[in-house]
Design a protein around this ligand. Sequence first.
Ligand code: GLU
Length: 490
Amino acid sequence: MTQTHTSPTANGGAAVRVRFAPSPTGYLHVGGLRTALYNYLFARHHGGAFVLRIEDTDRTRFVEGAQENLIDTLRWAGLDFDEGPGIGGPHGPYIQSERLEIYRTHVERLLAEGRAYRCFCTAEELETQRREQAEAKRPPMYDRRCRMLRPEDVEARLAAGAAHTVRMKVPLAGEVVFQDIIRGEIRVSCAVVDDQVLLKSDGFPTYHLANVVDDHAMAISHVIRGEEWLPSTAKHVLLYEALGWDPPQFAHLPLLLNPDRTKLSKRQGDVAVEDYRAKGYLAPALVNFVALLGWNTSDDTEIFSLETLASLFTLDRVGKAGAVFDPAKLDWFNGQYLRAMAPADLAALCAPHLAAAGADISDTARVEAIVAALATHLVRPADIADEAVFFFAERVAPESDEVRAALAADTAATVLDLFAEACTGVNPWERGAIKAAIQGVQKASGIKGKELFLPLRAALTGRAHGPELPVIAELLGREVCIRRARDARS
Ligand code: GLU
């Protein structure tokens, strides 16, 4: 009879406690942001705790400053954690390299109870095993030779100071069965589960041991993480069983994909949250966009604040299918959020980009009006530099053949002359009166539509597209309009 290693369901209604457990190996990946966000939303939805735990036991992948960067990026995104490095909490420390004693204690217990064993195989021996398995087309798995060592052999090797790891004794038969909130029941045959290393020869725990010990020690109720961790979960369930603990509930989030449906990769665009931040994406826009990568509401509402997301978020609306990370959609969100900002705030965000492009930004009211006029053309604040260039330039030149052709048209000279004359009589100099003056040009010349507007736009901006002409003219000022109309004419 095969034995079933089942994870008991639910955590008996205990308080919701979730964690984001990044490894400090560099930057925060957008997939990591999605995991952090879903954990945060789940915690807030249930009035539970959101814990940040730094999983830094793989010393070969440790990157100096990565932890600080992670925390800074999470704060920027508005994902405040309730317990974690720097702020502490009842289950600290929250950095795994500061918890080594805890892991060792549990390993000792597993050894004493015959649930784990010392493995003296060297890296070379393991490599040979792997090669032989590959040649025989068998899956790579430790052949368990040290599991069979007699106690006196183990003692002798220990006495000789032989380097070793500690491995978990995976049951040789049976099945691991657990429930995933998103994926339903998962069954894995023990025959394909490796005798996982729990403690490395340098005395550091592996991810698997530290992760399980800490999720238990920190009273984590739900493990919400990326799908790439699903294959590890069978090992974790066995480890909980070996340690005599009930596992938390699991929810594995769908993969993030490139628009061509391959796994989201650096090669097809930015994947670091800090890159989006540096490019001027607004935190609420990025968070809103990321929230919808795998989760949705029953209607097609798309704009959500963090608070609304928290009130709506449930795991039963997280899908199984991979979610496409479409940068064009992120741009759309960012544009929406930029336009929703108070004009003065948007101007303050854009002004440094104008200044960097050499614009005179001393007239704050004018800068605000220019930014407001161009708001619908902005995806990122930095776009203002190009969009507004004609407002600050001494002269403008046609930027394309279309603009040149508009100025070379037979009727262009008449339009420009009449406009320059009409400018003198506009009083006050504001968009309504300017609009009336342009209508006057139309009446006087009989020229209308594109033939009227395009040469004017070309003369004033050097471009074929942009905000409404009267708005542009008002912001440029009377003198500049007259001068540009005359310049374009000659
Ligand atoms: N340290 C793992 C990571 O870097 C955590 C995985 C998990 O949430 O269990 O993603």
